[in-house]
Design a protein around this ligand. Structure first.
Ligand SMILES: Cc1cc2nc3c(=O)[nH]c(=O)nc-3n(C[C@H](O)[C@H](O)[C@H](O)COP(=O)(O)OP(=O)(O)OC[C@H]3O[C@@H](n4cnc5c(N)ncnc54)[C@H](O)[C@@H]3O)c2cc1C
Length: 428
């Protein structure tokens, strides 16, 4: 039987196409190090790679296998800027802080591409992103956004598309206009996971899979992380478990909520397909966003968040087919070869969560569906912090992230109600 992530539903197309996925042994015995990292997704692996390259003695423990959480299974879209539009951040924080946050995200994008190139990780990068309005009333916002990005944020790569251009570029008349961003693109995320782990290991990081942290204690200037077969004692700890942390650490759990997101992959559509002839990725204006793109070999990878519980991978096929047919009726009988899902870590204001949750213990996550480039970059910023420069991580730490209302008992039902309300609004 092929390996299946025990914590995320369905076997992904990425797992079948990433090439060899080396296994790392489980921790057996006690270790002392400078930094212990909990969680082997983009955040943790990137931090391990950057720390080890800087000569830090680092141990990373992952409960299952690297990439079994969101990092190996996502939509692969880099996007541009933070998840919130730069003009919305400007309205909230003023231009200079909004610009600093935008510039940080742009550096994150450049970092991901440069890191992959410098370390010979072939991430199947494909350029271009279309962001499209599913209601006519949003079209003007996209037009204004393109202008603002060029004039106030010195980002000239976004152009407005009218309904005709949108239909041509998508191969679908389901949308009313939008923007085309030629300064970003999309990747094969599992290849980046595997490559980053290799870089970290080669730089001297001690990487362990199959090693869940069962507790964290910070006392007397030391952090002790327990696991079933050994304790790691370190000067510092990074918690990089994002949506998959459960109750490991209560402050992170109160601020980061897991919500399911699901993707289906079709068979290759063929060279004469009208779907996305330019190869861009797409995200739409729904609150319960739809995101899709073609793979290098011409499959449609179609993602959507579902507000209803989807447990059986077979149900993923049904939901995804329904969404594909909304946009591409001609694909009603297309074979869907893979259906899988994962958990996105969201915060109340949809901005990342970085906080020192105990002395010398920093938790990072809550990228709210925008973590492909940010999580990789936060690993680098964490390494900078360990080296003594916390200024840039501080830009994110200073964002005000309240906990989810409702406490442990009621926050999930409350979120469920809220998501249903927004899903309803998407339809009216
Ligand atoms: C279906 C889907 C589509 C998405 N699409 C996009 C997209 O197109 N663009 C975008 O920017 N973002 C997207 N995202 C979000 C993005 O994938 C995440 O923001 C990013 O991967 C987060 O990385 P991470 O390392 O912080 O967390 P993860 O990759 O989730 O890693 C956390 C790891 O911690 C481990 N862990 C948990 N508890 C413990 C413990 N006690 N001990 C040890 N290890 C533990 C887990 O096993 C897991 O491997 C998507 C997410 C999903 C699920």
């Amino acid at each position: 039987m092929p390996y299946q992530s025990p914590i995320s539903p369905g076997r992904s197309w990425y797992e079948d196409t990433a090439g060899p996925r080396p296994e790392y042994r489980a921790l057996d015995g006690d270790r002392n190090c400078d930094v212990v990292i909990i969680g082997g997704g983009f955040t943790g692996l990137s931090a391990a790679a950057h720390l080890a390259k800087a000569g830090t003695n680092v141990v990373l423990i992952e409960a299952y296998r690297f990439g079994d959480g969101a990092s190996g299974r996502n939509g692969g879209q880099l996007g541009t800027g933070q998840r919130a539009w730069a003009e919305d951040l400007e309205a909230e924080y003023g231009l200079s802080r909004a610009k600093a946050l935008f510039d940080l995200a742009e550096e994150a994008k450049a970092h991901l591409i440069e890191f992959a190139a410098a370390n010979q990780i072939d991430i199947d990068y494909m350029p271009g992103q279309l962001s499209v309005a599913h209601k006519p009333r949003y079209v003007d916002d996209y037009k204004a956004h393109a202008d603002i990005m060029a004039s106030r944020f010195s980002y000239p790569h976004i152009a407005f598309m009218d309904a005709k251009e949108t239909a041509e570029r998508l191969g679908s008349t389901a949308y009313f206009g939008g923007t085309r961003d030629t300064g970003t693109g999309h990747i094969h995320p599992m290849k980046l996971v595997i490559g980053t782990a290799r870089v970290a290991a080669q730089a001297g990081a001690q990487l362990f899979e199959g090693t869940p942290s069962t507790g964290i204690v910070s006392a007397g200037g030391k952090v002790r992380v327990s696991t079933p077969r050994g304790t790691v004692t370190a000067q510092k700890c990074l918690i990089a478990v994002n949506a998959y942390g459960g109750t490991l650490e209560p402050v992170s759990a109160a601020h980061i909520m897991p919500i399911g997101s699901f993707i289906g992959a079709t068979v290759p559509l063929g060279a004469d397909s009208k779907v996305l002839p330019g190869g861009e990725s797409v995200d739409d204006s729904r609150f319960v966003v739809r995101y899709f793109r073609k793979s290098r070999d011409g499959r449609l990878l179609f993602g959507g968040r579902e507000v209803y519980g989807v447990n059986d991978p077979k149900d993923i096929h049904i939901h995804i087919r329904r969404q594909i047919v909304d946009l591409y009726p001609a694909l009603k009988d297309i074979e869907i070869t893979h259906g899988w899902g994962g958990y996105v870590g969201i915060t109340v204001p949809r901005k990342p969560f970085v906080r020192e949750v105990m002395p010398n213990v920093i938790s990072a996550g809550g990228y709210s569906g925008h973590g492909v480039m940010l999580s990789n970059f936060f690993g680098k910023l964490y390494a900078e912090t360990v080296a003594g420069n916390r200024d840039r991580l501080k830009l994110i730490e200073d964002l005000k992230i309240p906990p989810f209302p409702g406490g442990r008992r009621f926050r999930t039902p409350l979120l469920f109600l809220a998501l249903n309300w927004f899903a309803l609004r998407d339809r009216i």
